[in-house]
Design a protein around this ligand. Sequence first.
Ligand SMILES: C[S@@+](CC[C@H](N)C(=O)[O-])C[C@H]1O[C@@H](n2cnc3c(N)ncnc32)[C@H](O)[C@@H]1O
Length: 220
Amino acid sequence: MNKNNKKSFSSYFIKLIMYYKGSILGEKSRIDLINALIDKYNYKSYLEIGIQDGQCLKRIHCSDKTGVDPFPMINSIKNTKIIKQTSDEFFKDCNEKYDLIFIDGLHTYEQAYIDFINAVERLNLNGRIVIHDCNPISEERSISFSEGGKWNGDVYKTIIKIRSLGDYTIQTIDIDNGCGVIELKPSNKLQDYELNYNWLAHNRKKAINLISWEDFVKSP
Ligand SMILES: C[S@@+](CC[C@H](N)C(=O)[O-])C[C@H]1O[C@@H](n2cnc3c(N)ncnc32)[C@H](O)[C@@H]1O
């Protein structure tokens, strides 16, 4: 087994344990969030970047689902297209539009940002993009996959960067390692930020606009 496969397997087992621990404790997950958005806005089409074993994809209640992963650990899911490609390869030839796009592929700032920019192009007007792993709770968890990280990576930098543009509205829901929900709606630009874990740790709420699940549910 090569280094990348080992990394992928250990991240898979950690997530599996966290998922079942969360379900037993009644904690909300990315799956609850995505299904809540689909129900609330009556979304019909869903794209997931990075599907692994389909733990999330198979639980999403949407009539039209597509999953993209260069190394999927599942061959088929009912009513779902599974595409064995990297996100870059997929977006290069993609002509479809989607209501909700979930970005959970390679956990590096650079790739998550490229995935976001490509996702914006493929998003329906009233759609939403969700990005996973935006709120690492320790420096160790925030190490980029390109530098040997195994957990959230430095995807939080992608959220900070997007908030600095002012072209999008982002809320990061404080569940399941932080799930950023992004709308194509301008908002105030985040100013005077730094792209490092220390700055995130001291400015968590402001940096990624962190809100609780309860406040998210109450929001219009
Ligand atoms: C954290 S897992 C995805 C978990 C899944 N979304 C879920 O919620 O259950 C990350 C996946 O991204 C895939 N991946 C890595 N690089 C990718 C890329 N460039 N494009 C798309 N997927 C990628 C990996 O193969 C891995 O299966």
